[in-house]
Design a protein around this ligand. Structure first.
Ligand code: 0O2
Length: 210
């Protein structure tokens, strides 16, 4: 018999530790004058019912769960702009407290559903009373617009038990395109505002020098 509490304890620990570390990055940015690439962070350990459902669907046996189900521990970072995702990926890559096992770029290569997000599989060391345990954690990095779409699509998947009617699926794909356009427009607006600010600050500097 699987003791879920014992098995999932290091995963809970990893999620809590990573949430604190990532919120720490956000706090550091907020104290500086720089734009914060992390808007907010969430995390969860996969509920047992979802683990069992996914194991069945993907033919994963319970004894290979820890290596084969890479999202038992899941942490999500939300960003304001698409460009922030790159900044976060670079920050994560430069860290020395875990390793990166895999990257999946569903932003460049969006899923058929319309899903967009950047996934990183981390090998994270948890200190347990039995010694160090190096577990897998799935980190999802996405914009607020990507998160809005994914959250609603996910709850519809649940509502329709994974069999969303074709007409709704088509509309969700169009909604994903609208979310993409929204991200593009927000980045453009931000770029133009920054440009205008730079021009104004240069003008102020030259007026001061006169
Ligand atoms: P949860 O906890 O309910 O979110 P698969 O599960 O077969 O799609 P795989 O190999 O496990 O794929 O890895 P993948 O696709 O890199 O990551 C799986 C997780 O990404 C999912 O977890 C979702 O959180 C998210 N995701 C992937 N595709 C979609 C999608 O089309 N729509 C939404 N809303 N989210 C997606 P789970 O397993 O669904 O678990």
């Amino acid at each position: 018999m699987m003791d879920w509490d014992v098995m999932l304890t290091p995963y809970k620990q990893a999620v809590e530790e990573l949430k604190i570390k990532l919120k720490g990055i956000r706090d550091e940015y907020q104290l500086s004058t720089k734009h914060t690439p992390i808007e907010f962070v969430t995390g969860r350990v996969k509920p047992i019912s979802s683990i069992l459902e996914k194991a069945k669907r993907k033919h994963i046996s319970l004894n290979e769960l820890e290596e084969e189900m890479q999202d038992l521990a899941g942490v999500r970072i939300m960003c304001q702009f698409v460009g922030d995702i790159d900044t976060v990926v670079k920050l994560i890559t430069s860290r020395t407290d875990f390793e990166i096992e895999e990257e999946r770029d569903y932003i460049k290569h969006e899923k058929r559903s319309g899903y967009r997000s950047f996934h990183m599989i981390l090998r994270y060391p948890v200190q347990t009373i039995e010694g160090e345990k190096r577990i897998l954690v799935e980190l999802q990095i996405r914009t607020l617009a990507m998160n809005f779409w994914a959250t609603i699509e996910h709850s519809l998947q649940y509502k329709y038990s994974g069999k969303i009617p074709q007409e709704i699926e088509d509309r969700l794909q169009r909604a994903a395109e609208a979310a993409f356009q929204l991200d593009e427009e927000m980045s453009k607006i931000r770029g133009e505002v920054q440009e205008a600010e730079q021009i104004m600050s240069k003008q102020r500097d030259s007026l001061r020098k006169r």
